[in-house]
Design a binder for this molecule. Sequence first.
Ligand SMILES: NC(=O)c1ccc[n+]([C@@H]2O[C@H](COP(=O)([O-])OP(=O)(O)OC[C@H]3O[C@@H](n4cnc5c(N)ncnc54)[C@H](OP(=O)(O)O)[C@@H]3O)[C@@H](O)[C@H]2O)c1
Length: 199
Amino acid sequence: MKISVFGTGEVGTAVASKLKSLGHDVALGSRKERHDQQIPVLDHAAAAAHGEWLVNAMHGEDSLDVFPKLLLDGKLLIDIGNYRTAIHAPIEETLGESLQRLLPRTRVVKALNFVSAQLMGKPEDLAGHHSVFIAGNDGSARAEVNWLLESFGWKDIIDLGDLSACRAMEQLAPMWIRLNEKFHSVYFNLGVVRAAELD
Ligand SMILES: NC(=O)c1ccc[n+]([C@@H]2O[C@H](COP(=O)([O-])OP(=O)(O)OC[C@H]3O[C@@H](n4cnc5c(N)ncnc54)[C@H](OP(=O)(O)O)[C@@H]3O)[C@@H](O)[C@H]2O)c1
């Protein structure tokens, strides 16, 4: 699969490395093209052209600026982003829903936005049961992302339905920061404990 990951920070490099290790044809999308990296770092337009699937590993505000300028029709966009402001202010319109509104011909799926970059491609590094959420308006796109997350090693993938679930998923950002400050670690996650018949 040809996949472009936008943003070369903690999340972008972690996800791109995992995708490459799984044999995908991966490129990173950046404000600054580079030619000396193991994974090609392309400018945003070239990265958009490369990927059949795209990953948003930029901050929410930046991604709203970057993606509408690109040709993304027919592609699937996995949105991992959060707004910087989500830490201290309520969200008026979620990032996932905003991206889908701005990109009506792109299938947006929200995923992994509560999970530490270090665990995204290595869920086994946390012992015990823990969960990841996905949401998207297109059921087949959610199924495709579910498949990708299984290939990352995720066992408990909870499909929350359409993108209105971003209102719950993105409001978790302050909780992530608070737990990070409490534990001085990124090795934690939520696990949804439930009755067996709910699986
Ligand atoms: N870190 C985590 O554990 C974690 C977990 C879950 C979700 N998230 C979310 O994932 C997103 C990325 O997080 P991160 O920790 O990887 O952030 P980060 O390390 O700051 O990386 C963000 C990247 O976005 C690009 N960028 C910065 N400013 C930009 C601008 N003005 N316009 C376009 N691109 C810009 C940069 O890449 P270039 O310089 O190459 O353009 C930068 O490396 C955030 O929304 C965050 O909330 C993070």
